[in-house]
Write a protein that binds this ligand. Structure first.
Ligand SMILES: [Zn+2]
Length: 321
């Protein structure tokens, strides 16, 4: 019998699921709300139930499943199967996620951080093109990252390896970051960070912009508004996109100099801007990268969208022996 892999992408509001074959093709995918009430004690039970219900709906036996891989929102100790912190879910520190998942699902389980799973997904089936040396940065509400070297995720001593969002790019007078530092990449390259750059540019320059009109009519602007304006050659928006390209290009070039990966993949909501973002980042990447790195490491926009997490989580199941 051909076995299926279960990929789970656990988020603070929704939990995404997929059944995949061993070639990484998604056969079925669905999602449920994440119940964070009562310190998140129903989360794993709901996941186990949802998998069983889907099997029943598809008229398949439990034996069809090889195991479950899960990406979780926080730093993870993969070997112990614990998540150190998951503030958004209500779980206490050092939560024994892998064991609970195995008990409730009756399946072998493996866990990693959600950004790492997205990186694995892009490595396996997306813009990483199967390369064993891939770096993935996700520009969303925050900025996440995953570093894959020799086919292995870099976890570091406390699970905080690959925290690309907290590389310092504004050493002085940077904006405060959720992590407690200032001037992190996340403060300038997340969806809210890009909007903040635009508001700063409005206050510090006289450049004309359609964005000023939006703000003065008390509309909220989004990162998409900024990229759309830049595509129409709006001067202020172009300045902001160039600033973002500088910060991201600087951080990625320095990472590139350390790792010389085959690919650096840029994903998350902000990356939907596409070529205009990529072109600005590439310019600064070339400028700051060691020449061999500039010539051999390529930059690309992620290609899997929201499926990267479940695909990467399913890939982890293949590593279970
Ligand atoms: Zn930070």
């Amino acid at each position: 019998m051909e076995k299926w892999l279960v990929g789970v992408d656990l988020g603070g509001t929704t939990t995404k699921f997929a059944f995949l074959n061993t070639y990484g093709e998604i056969l079925h995918k669905w999602e449920i709300p994440t119940d964070t009430n009562n310190k998140g004690k129903n989360i794993i039970i709901n996941i186990a139930k949802s998998i069983d219900e889907k099997l029943e709906e598809l008229d398949q036996p439990k034996e069809k499943l090889a195991g479950v891989g899960m990406g979780a929102p926080g730093p993870v100790d993969m070997s112990k199967g614990i998540i150190y912190e998951a503030v958004n879910l209500g779980w206490e520190s050092n939560y024994p996620l892998k064991d609970l998942l195995e008990v409730e699902t009756n399946l072998p389980a493996i866990i990693d951080n959600d950004a790492n799973c997205a990186a694995l997904g892009e490595m396996w089936k997306g813009a990483g093109n199967g390369s064993k040396d891939t770096i993935c940065v996700t520009l969303g509400t925050g900025v996440g990252g995953g570093i894959i070297a020799n086919g292995q995720i870099v976890h570091g001593v406390k699970g905080a390896g690959g925290e690309i969002g907290h590389i310092t790019v504004v050493p002085e007078n940077g904006a405060p970051c959720n992590c407690g530092k200032t001037g992190c990449l996340e403060t300038v390259a997340s969806a809210t960070g890009v909007v903040r750059l635009a508001k700063e540019a409005m206050n510090s320059t006289d450049l004309p912009s359609v964005l000023r009109e939006k703000i003065s009519s008390s509309e909220n602007i989004t990162s998409k508004d900024i990229f759309d304006a830049a595509k129409d050659n709006d001067e202020l928006a172009l300045k902001v996109v160039d600033q973002l390209g500088f910060y991201l290009g600087l951080a990625l070039a320095n990472l590139g100099n350390a790792m010389n990966p085959e690919n650096i993949v840029i994903g998350g909501g902000v990356s939907k801007a596409g070529d205009i973002l990529l072109d600005h980042v590439k310019g600064y990447f070339k400028k700051f990268a060691f020449p061999t790195v500039a010539a051999s490491t390529s930059l690309a926009i992620a290609s899997l969208g929201n499926d990267a997490g479940v695909i990467g989580a399913a890939w982890l199941v293949k590593t279970l022996k």
